[in-house]
Design a protein around this ligand. Structure first.
Ligand code: OGA
Ligand code: NI
Length: 360
């Protein structure tokens, strides 16, 4: 049988573990020493370092010099950090608040309601508690809900929660707004890379672009120093727009040997480059490793919106960016094939995109 058809072990909901009031976390969640967060050490100096915060409204300023300065700031953030936050992005703050609330309510539903959406590794759609199908693997301290938004052919609202009542409608409205925002950013990235404005959009499949959403729920953890809410990974897809609670930090971004804890800005989206844009840009832009830490005082909710190439299209370095001096670093591969790695092995830093690099 295909190893991706079913989970290798019974699924335990992290939320129910957390609610049971245990004081020690089960061994399956205890990470090897090297992977544990160092919560007690002082943060590496300078403590104030943070990913760039960019005012997106300036991209549409009537002043040409402000527009191009903003594009340059985005370009630098893409190549130096692989991560930035955007404010004045055009998505209604009210909508952002409502969708956060509705997903919080979803996770507060009785477990039978949520179990109706229990997922399998065949598509990962639905209510899940692990990423990866290897028996005995260490697990992360989180539950999630994963759904397909685009292309239309993969969208099945019956697989989205029917409760709370406004959930499906809000997801549809939110997705619609975020697809528009992603489309704008894709144009900026294309031009910044020296490509035609619609290059990346076309490479992702044009109208057949894919998008999915993963709502992450990180319950309180009695021993946050021993585990992670989400292990180190780079996002396998194109680009991610993350919206999280602004009163609980958790996301950490790799910066050299350090981990920088992102300070959430209210109503901002955290934007990050995924492996497919690293590949298309022939590594001009890098997908950057990130992970999530948990804490004993507060649960945390985040909405990750993944804007991806259509799964059936071959993705390879843009020929415009390949020269004799900078040969293509990656072979062509569809995203459907590419994403099988993380779906099988779970989050493993940047090992997949690194391993793909063709030898020269
Ligand atoms: C993800 C992710 C970060 C967060 O879902 O891929 O990196 O803060 N989430 O939840
Ligand atoms: Ni991620």
């Amino acid at each position: 049988m295909n190893s991706l058809q079913s989970w290798p072990e019974p699924i335990i909901r992290v939320q129910s573990l957390s609610d049971s009031g245990l004081t020690f976390i089960p061994d399956q969640y205890v990470k090897p020493l090297a992977d544990r967060p160092s919560l007690t050490e002082p943060p590496p100096p300078p403590a104030e370092i943070n990913i760039p915060v960019i005012d997106l409204s300036q991209l549409f300023s009537p002043d040409r010099s402000i527009r191009s300065a903003t594009a340059r700031v985005i370009s630098r953030a893409c190549s130096e950090w692989g991560f930035f936050q955007v404010v004045n992005h055009g998505v209604s703050h009210e909508l952002m608040k409502r969708i956060r609330e509705v997903w919080r309510e979803f996770f507060e539903l009785p477990s039978e309601e949520k179990q109706a959406y229990a997922n399998s590794p065949a598509t990962y759609e639905g209510y899940g508690s692990r990423l990866g199908v290897e028996k005995g693997m260490k697990l992360d301290w989180s539950d999630y809900f994963f759904l397909h938004y685009l292309p239309e052919s993969l969208r099945d609202q019956n697989k989205w929660p029917s409760l709370p009542l406004s959930c499906r409608e809000l997801v549809a409205e939110y997705g619609n707004e975020l697809v528009k925002l992603c489309g704008k950013l894709m144009k900026v990235f294309s031009v910044n890379l020296g490509l035609e404005e619609d290059y990346l959009g076309k490479a992702f499949g044009g109208e057949e672009v894919a998008a999915c959403m993963r709502v992450n729920f990180y319950p309180k953890c009695p021993q946050p120093d021993l585990t992670l809410g989400l292990s180190s990974h780079s996002d396998p897809g194109g680009m991610t727009l993350l919206h999280s609670d602004d009163h609980v930090a958790g996301l950490q971004v790799r910066r050299g040997d350090d981990w920088v804890t992102v300070k959430p800005v209210p109503n901002a989206f955290i934007v990050n480059i995924g492996d497919q844009i690293q590949i298309l840009s022939n590594a001009t832009y890098k997908s950057v490793e990130h992970r999530v830490i948990v804490n004993s005082a507060k649960e945390r909710l985040s909405l990750a919106f993944f804007y991806n190439p259509n799964g059936n299209i071959l993705i390879e370095p843009a020929s415009e960016l390949v020269t004799e001096d900078s040969p293509a670093l990656y072979p062509a591969m569809t995203f459907n094939k590419y994403r099988l790695f993380i779906r099988t092995k779970g989050p493993r830093g940047k090992s997949q995109v690194e391993a793909l690099k063709s030898p020269h």
